[in-house]
Design a protein around this ligand. Structure first.
Ligand SMILES: *Cc1c(COP(=O)(O)O)cnc(C)c1O
Length: 373
């Protein structure tokens, strides 16, 4: 079998991209909020159903500067360890202290019923993650945030284009971050965005992605450089025309996986959340080795031997990373620890052949049986 990776970047027809970038040869304007950047900003605001969006060079810098623009100096931030390195690093790089809350068994998002017991007089914000595109317990998180005066910053990197009760997921909390990385449902090659509601916050954020420069003669923020360039924005404009079709194709792949795997004892497939229009970003499977007969790692090795490369999103947990030198006690998040050792994310992208999906499922089923025999 040809090498099958967990995802494959979506790309528009080449000619379409050539047409989109042609003007750049007229203007010689390559970056710093050019015409493509401005056009994409308007289109994404509409597509995502949000008040405002600010575009970035990548999702991580969007999150890091999105937090910085909230002026949360020196407090504690309640967050989840079951996420990509970026979420925790963005908190720590802002000199804030992550306080890890456990996750839910069913959708792997932060367990809102455990947040309140972690609130102290130093808590300044909550940073939850819509893991695999599963939407967090928005109402409960909102209630807690209001009660204690906390900011809510959603890592919505997995949730591009989703709606909850008809509202764009980027419209929840104070701020939401989307990633437009090549591996995500929608890409600008590299890229990201922060969705927000407060115009003054937006001005501050705008300056922070451009070195904190207010005008030619004044610099009033310790900013970074995280602007989206014109070639990325042009890619985003083209990909946005095709994203609904891409999501529809992903849906077919997901339905095939579900059909093939739903009857197998010891496998738990992802939840389908009511009120959520899904983007079919990932196909995570939980392996209960007692009932299934093989461990997640054994299944992963079986697939790799057949040239199929699933990923263990999210393993290891961020509160066990070497760079954090044992600062965090993983026994505080037992559900996350158990889940992270048992999840495998299977290949999923628009255009993944349904026959290949069948073969992947066959290899998985076989791995369970062989281990039992
Ligand atoms: C991809 C991702 C990010 C970072 O986004 P980049 O665009 O790659 O910088 C942050 N959080 C989560 C959960 C992600 O999956």
């Amino acid at each position: 079998m040809d090498k099958i990776l967990v995802t494959r970047a979506s790309m528009p027809p080449m000619q379409e991209y050539m047409d989109e970038i042609a003007d750049i040869w007229e203007t010689h304007w390559l970056t710093n909020m050019g015409a493509e950047h401005e056009k994409l900003t308007v289109q994404l605001k509409e597509y995502l159903k949000v008040d405002y969006i600010s575009l970035f060079a990548n999702g991580h810098m969007a999150l890091e500067l999105g937090l910085q623009a909230l002026n949360l100096s020196g407090g504690e931030v309640i967050t989840t360890p079951f996420t990509f390195a970026s979420t925790t690093h963005a908190i720590v790089r802002n000199k804030l202290k992550p306080v890890f809350c456990d996750i839910r068994e069913d959708d792997y998002t932060i367990d809102a019923s455990k947040i309140e017991s972690l609130v102290t007089d130093r808590t300044v914000a909550i940073v939850p993650v819509h893991v695999y595109g599963n939407i967090c317990q928005i109402e409960e998180i909102d209630r807690i945030a209001k009660k204690y005066g906390l900011k809510v910053v959603y890592d919505a990197a997995h949730a591009f284009g989703e709606t909850y009760q008809g509202k764009g997921v980027g419209s929840f909390g104070d701020v939401s971050m989307f990633s437009f990385h090549a591996t995500k449902v929608y890409n600008t090659i590299e890229g990201g965005g922060i969705c927000y509601k407060d115009e003054d916050y937006g001005k501050k954020l705008f300056r922070l992605k451009n070195f904190g420069i207010r005008d030619e003669e004044s610099v009033d923020g310790v900013g970074a450089n995280a602007k989206m360039n014109e070639f990325s924005a042009a890619m985003g404009i083209c990909n946005l025309r095709h994203v609904d079709d891409e999501i529809a194709q992903r849906r077919k792949v997901v339905e095939r996986y579900r059909k093939n795997l739903s009857g197998i004892d010891g496998l738990r497939l992802n939840v389908e959340q009511p009120d959520v229009v899904s983007n079919y970003a990932y196909f995570p499977v939980f392996f209960d080795e007692q009932r299934f007969g093989a461990t997640r790692n054994e299944v992963s090795e079986c697939l790799k031997r057949k040239n199929i490369f699933p990923r263990k999103y999210f393993y290891p947990l961020t509160n066990t990373f070497e760079c954090y030198n044992g600062q965090f006690d993983v026994s505080n998040t037992p559900v996350a620890l158990r889940v992270s050792k048992r999840m495998l994310t299977l290949p999923l992208y628009a255009g993944l052949d349904l026959d290949t999906v069948d073969q992947i499922c066959e290899i998985i089923a076989q791995a369970g049986k062989e281990a039992v025999d």
